[in-house]
Design a protein around this ligand. Structure first.
Ligand code: AKG
Ligand code: FE2
Length: 288
């Protein structure tokens, strides 16, 4: 290939074609970047170009297969592999990250005291969990979800507010785009069978649900206590199980409402002890 060595280094149609052809023939992204750097490209520019071209290409392929278009999603600043992320009033540990599906495990998003305070505030308000009924846009009791739950209002109380600010800081996503924090309580035997958090576009009730802020695009499941056995969060498509550890949180995002995101996940049955979590869902736009 030939590449311009000027500072502008535009992504020409020829370069696009070359990147897509090479990638389709099995060349990895790092090898593509290396080859561009050898022919005079600045490394950061080459990285951006390869990412942009391949992302657009994959989106086109997905849409040709009938998938909905990808939308921007919240993400964490992990490009330089930091050990900690700045959550404003707290440093949060990065314990694990995965690119596809995008899953990041955070340590110490909440202090032990904050976890207990959330449980105490939620406990008197718990009722059998409802899930959104995608058929109608209303709510329903769901046999796949045998936990008890409640919702806080957005900004309700000091700790909820603090947590929302931390999440906004970490994800770069506006507080207004968040649904109210949900607290769930699982007793032994209770579980939440594998599901997707986005709303299924094929369901008749979905357009009604989407009027309040569009699709869900990311989830944080925050562990408020340590169940003795069971109760992990599973991602069956990638054989991942996250251990529920007090104060930790698993973040995952999904850029289109489609199983291709591999964000199928569930709460495994609690075997011994009990499990308390808080779930934060982030929408595309302001959630009203
Ligand atoms: O209980 C868990 O670990 C997962 C909870 C969950 O998937 C949800 O609240 O949407
Ligand atoms: Fe979920």
């Amino acid at each position: 290939m030939t590449a311009a060595t000027t500072t502008a280094q535009p992504i020409t149609p020829e370069l696009r074609t070359w990147i897509v052809e090479q990638a389709s023939a099995g060349t990895t992204a790092p090898a593509l970047i290396e080859s561009m750097v050898r022919s005079g490209w600045r490394e950061d520019v080459a990285v951006d170009a390869v990412e942009q071209v391949l992302r657009r290409h994959l989106d086109q392929v997905a849409q040709q297969q009938g998938q909905p278009p990808a939308v921007p999603v919240p993400d964490l600043a992990l490009d330089d592999s930091p050990r900690f992320l700045d959550a404003g009033d707290r440093q949060v540990e990065v314990l694990m990250s995965m690119a596809n599906p995008r899953v990041v495990l955070l340590g110490g998003l909440l202090s032990p005291g904050e976890c207990q305070a959330l449980i105490d505030a939620a406990r008197p308000r718990m009722a059998r969990s409802l899930t959104v009924a995608t058929a109608t846009g209303g709510e329903q009791v769901n046999d796949d979800r045998t936990s008890d739950g409640m919702f806080f209002q957005r900004g309700e109380g000091d700790i909820v507010q603090r947590l929302e600010e931390r999440i906004a800081r970490l994800t770069g996503w506006p507080i207004e785009n968040g649904e109210g924090l949900q607290v769930l309580h699982y007793r032994p035997g209770a579980e939440y069978k594998p599901h997707y958090d986005y709303f299924d576009p094929a369901e008749p009730g979905t357009p009604t649900i989407l009027r309040r802020g569009g699709q869900r695009v990311a989830t944080l499941v925050i562990y408020l206590n340590d169940p003795a056995k069971g109760g992990g969060t599973t991602f069956p498509d990638v054989f991942l199980e996250v251990a529920p550890v007090r104060g930790n949180a698993v973040f995952f995002s999904y850029e289109r409402p489609h199983p291709g995101t591999r964000t199928l996940h569930g709460g495994a049955p609690v075997i011994e002890g009990e499990k308390w979590i808080a779930t934060k869902w982030l929408r595309e736009r302001e959630f009203k």
